[in-house]
Write a protein that binds this ligand. Structure first.
Ligand code: SAH
Length: 492
């Protein structure tokens, strides 16, 4: 019998909540892992890059009753690694800051399992920063202490030397339940800190729904109770906390804070749109209603064509699945319907000659007005509008349409459907996504309907719905801008 070589255990920090604060190394390891053991407090979507066949295990330690004991988690980690699996142990924030990563590393060492540690952005620093509080500041705070204790007030507090903490010459950052706030404030004042000492509490720091409050040691327990601050929260104590009032930057950067947006795009394309929405503070509901299915096709020799016109990034990517040499497009005018398609071409080394000002067929037809065309090739979706081929034929050109993919409906599970219909906005980036979503959800009632452009809006109208918002620039960025404007309008 041969011994299995153990896999590697990676103790990985997932950061404080904003997916953008995950490290490149964390994302890379998640994408490769055989097994991911993950905590409750990790960013939304942290695991979206995992292999489809990876085993994803929730060992979340938060949420009444459903606690996985640390020993079980450690045992799982050891067991999977000894079975030869590469295991990512994904933890909120940093694995070695109140994350019990040290103990898990010791267990690996004891079992001869090779392990690596990937630090993460810890909540104490990140939540503070997102609330406009620098934990150190020249002339104000030259030291910072991270402090934790038992979350359970029934348990005796043995770890914290309150007098020493009160005397600490710098910022104190508490990773503790809000229930502990009265005692924290009390003990520090008893130890000699001024009741006027500034305090900030940050709830769900860096998440889309982050909230923060500012008070003093004398007021903060009451302030937090009034604001109904809940875990997870950190408390920052010291003169730097007062900078919150001056340096709060998040609201300006997150015009979509507290707004939920459903994304109905194909899963493969949703992530960029979802990421820009999240970066603006939106809560994103992924409800893909459409999937791209490649078609078997034969690309004809390209020499006879003087124009090749691409009408979607999908067409570009499928085209280059089939054509392996960019030089095949050396002699032709290459047109792209919009910036996304042009970007996809650039990724294959082709700079589009023609990109119309508006990303719709009509605009492309206009942009091609001065170009002499006798024979055109249009790689595209099987089902598409015939505006472009018809217009080129009208000018006397021979047009070959080359269907390279089709869009098919993606089934929508009940939870995704309900979440999407319960969102404040639902976004549509194509006419087919409108039709498929409507067919799958049975209705379009509920969210404000955001359309990327005229063709998509027409599909909404066919179903009896006037779009609430139509992008002026018919790209995903344009759609996001229109949505932001609508939210701002509603708030004004
Ligand atoms: N390893 C983690 C900390 C785990 S202890 C890190 O480095 O961040 C869990 C505590 O961290 C919570 O009780 C809370 O006090 C704090 N915490 C974690 N994420 C937080 C967030 N997004 N906002 C505020 N506090 C957070």
């Amino acid at each position: 019998m041969t011994e299995t070589t153990p896999g590697t255990a990676y103790l990985v920090g997932a950061g404080p909540g904003d997916r953008g604060l995950m490290t490149a190394r964390a994302l890379e390891l998640i994408a490769r892992a055989d097994v991911v053991l993950y905590d409750k407090l990790i960013p939304e979507d942290a695991l979206s890059g995992a292999r489809p066949d990876a085993e994803l295990v929730d060992v979340g330690k938060i949420g009444g009753g459903r606690q996985v004991p640390q020993e079980t988690t450690t045992a799982l980690l050891v067991e999977h690694a000894l079975a030869g699996k590469d295991v990512v142990r994904l933890k909120g924030g940093d694995p070695f800051v109140f994350g019990r990563g040290g103990e898990e590393a010791q267990a690996c060492a004891a079992h001869g399992i090779p392990f690596q540690v990937v630090p993460g952005v810890t909540a104490g620093i990140a939540a503070s920063a997102y609330a406009g509080v620098p934990v150190t500041q020249r002339g104000v705070a030259a030291a910072v202490a991270f402090v934790t204790g038992h979350e359970d007030p029934a348990k005796p507090e043995t770890q914290i030397d309150w007098p020493a903490l009160a005397a600490f010459p710098g910022t104190l950052v508490f990773y503790m339940g809000v229930r502990q706030l009265p005692r924290i404030a009390e003990q520090l004042v008893a130890g000699g800190r001024s009741p006027e000492e500034p305090v900030a509490v940050v709830e769900r720091g860096t998440y889309g729904d982050q909230r923060s409050i500012r008070g003093t040691l004398a007021t903060i327990a009451e302030d937090a109770a009034v604001a109904e601050i809940k875990p997870p929260s950190i408390t920052v104590i010291g003169p730097v906390a007062a900078l919150h009032d001056e340096l709060q930057w998040l609201d300006a950067a997150r015009p979509l804070a507290g707004v939920t947006v459903a994304v109905t795009r194909a899963r493969a394309q949703a992530s960029a749109l979802a990421a820009s929405l999240r970066a603006l503070g939106a809560g994103v509901v992924e409800a893909p209603s459409i999937r791209i299915e490649p078609l078997e096709a034969l690309v004809p020799p390209l020499d006879p064509y003087d124009l090749v016109a691409f009408t979607s990034p999908n067409a570009v990517s499928r085209f280059f699945d089939l054509v392996h040499d960019a030089r095949d497009l050396a002699g032709q005018t290459v047109a792209a319907i919009g910036p996304g398609t042009a970007r996809a071409l650039r990724a294959h080394g082709i700079v589009a000659d023609v990109v119309p000002p508006r990303s719709i067929a009509e605009s492309l037809v206009e942009a091609l007005e001065g170009v002499a065309i006798t024979k055109a090739l249009i790689p595209r979706a099987e089902e598409a509008r015939d505006i472009l081929p018809a217009a080129l034929e009208g000018r006397g050109a021979t047009v070959d349409v080359l269907p390279l993919y089709r869009t098919v409906p993606e089934p929508l599970d009940r939870a995704a459907r309900d979440a999407a219909l319960g969102a404040r906005y639902a976004t549509f980036t194509s006419a087919s996504s409108v039709r498929f979503f409507h067919a799958a959800a049975g209705t379009l009632d509920g969210p404000r309907l955001v359309s990327i452009g005229p063709a998509t809006s027409a599909a909404l109208r066919e179903l009896g719905h006037e779009p609430d918002v139509e992008a002026e620039v018919h790209t995903p960025d344009g759609l996001v801008a229109a949505l932001v404007a609508d939210v701002a309008g509603a708030r004004a």
